[in-house]
Design a protein around this ligand. Structure first.
Ligand code: NDP
Ligand code: MG
Length: 382
């Protein structure tokens, strides 16, 4: 029985993780769950998964109300509650938090000797070198949940990283893939939130439309697989069926295919190195799909992808600047304070303005995050 701590239980990846666990009740057990503000969703989860004893939420008032409602369970709150959950004895932590908030829990997971199943790509975007150093120091294990990275990870099985020529990270193109930059001027929040292939949390859906998400994934791939940025390419696969590819030195290219179902990469992280049947899932029917389309990535159409490569290569606190700027810019866009194209403008401005730190500590990254957020609220709020 593998014991699992689930961070971000009420989110898109969180709820799908619960679904995967419920499919194999004799193999996996969730022993602790962290949520944020969505208490109604958490109550629903407690109803369908009543055996989990330890919880954490953001607000103290929510924790107190839940404690009164469920006297046999334990509810913490705030950062202490979240980090305190990692004291519960477990084998694996699924980090499905969103944003910079995920970095500290990732580091602590490794420090405490638990396997890190990582959906929170921001851990690597903001603190890649810290995560790598912790993995080395504590001889830790990190497994990808992001679909592209799970695909690459699967394509690497049985092969040597030293024989990899390049990684090719797939992208669906996001909600506005068929629009020109001119057509992006007055797009609405609602349109930006309708992703053609995947149903995900709001931030990553917007990040897919701006291609910031793909930029983050390039940085994520660099740290997960130790591959130079020069050897990481991106490609558009409209159908989101070819989840990513690995080209080897002998020109052989291995790809992983599957339906657009995040439970596949979630379950692979849980079952690795084994494979298990995935409950209530549709098989991939390539005959029904008929054709797969591939397009080159246009770096002028998607300047944030180019900026992510640059930030990735510069290293230091660059990823923390990009991530914080994006977090706030997306929030301002969702609240209709800025337009879609101003997301890019806010991020580029923050990147050019914020102080660069070459070898940041966690505290430096936290301050970078705080200052960049304040800068973008000010800049975008004008
Ligand atoms: P959601 O917004 O759907 O969920 C985020 C979860 O984190 C929620 O449970 C939320 O709580 C919780 N949360 C957010 N901030 C905090 C905090 N400070 N403390 C405690 N809990 C917090 O996001 P997704 O599930 O879409 O994404 C999660 C991560 O996975 C992201 O890093 C994303 O990039 C990555 N990812 C997601 C994919 C997807 O298909 N959704 C695909 C690949 C990667 P609440 O809602 O209760 O406030
Ligand atoms: Mg992805």
């Amino acid at each position: 029985m593998k014991k699992i701590i689930l961070l971000g239980a009420t989110g898109s990846i969180g709820t799908q993780s619960i679904d995967v666990v419920l499919g194999h009740p004799n193999m996996y057990e969730i022993v602790a769950m962290a949520a944020g503000y969505n208490i109604e969703e958490l109550k629903k989860i407690i109803r369908i998964y009543p055996t989990c004893k330890y919880y954490s939420v953001r607000k103290e008032s929510d924790a107190l109300a839940l404690q009164a409602m469920y006297p046999n369970l334990h509810f913490g709150h705030g950062d202490d509650g979240l980090l305190g959950l990692l004291d519960v004895k477990a084998d694996m932590v699924i980090n499905a938090l969103v944003g910079f908030a995920g970095l500290k829990p990732s580091l602590l997971t490794i420090e405490k000797g638990m396997v890190l199943a990582l959906a929170n790509k921001e851990s690597l975007v903001t603190g890649g070198p810290l995560v790598k150093a912790a993995l080395k120091k504590f001889k830790g294990t990190m497994l990808p949940i992001d679909s592209e990275h799970s695909a690459i990870f699967q394509c690497l099985q049985g092969n040597k990283t030293s024989e990899v020529k390049r990684l090719i990270v797939s992208a669906s193109g996001g909600s506005f893939r068929d629009k020109t930059r001119e057509q992006l001027v007055d797009v609405s929040v609602k349109d930006a939130l309708s992703h053609p292939n995947w149903s995900m949390g709001k931030r990553i859906t917007i990040d897919s439309a701006t291609m910031m998400n793909k930029g983050f994934e390039v940085i994520e791939a660099h740290y997960l697989f130790d591959i130079d940025f020069a050897n990481i390419d991106t490609i558009i696969n409209k159908e989101s069926i070819v989840h990513s590819l690995v080209e080897y030195v002998d020109r052989s290219v291995i790809a992983q295919l599957g339906t657009a179902d995040m439970r596949i990469p979630i379950q692979y992280a849980l079952s690795y190195p084994d494979r298990l049947p995935l409950m209530q899932s549709e098989p991939l029917d390539l005959i029904k799909v008929g054709m797969l389309h591939f397009d080159a990535m246009d770096f002028e159409r998607f300047p944030l992808l180019a900026l992510a490569y640059e930030a990735g290569k510069r290293g230091g606190n660059s990823g923390a600047i990009l991530n914080a700027a994006d977090e706030v810019a997306v929030e301002l866009f969702l609240n209709e304070k800025i337009t879609f194209l101003q997301i890019e403008e806010c991020i580029a401005k923050a990147y050019e303005t914020m102080e660069f730190i070459a070898n940041p500590s966690y505290e430096d990254l936290r301050v970078t995050d705080e200052k960049t957020r304040a800068f973008v609220y000010e800049y975008g709020g004008k």
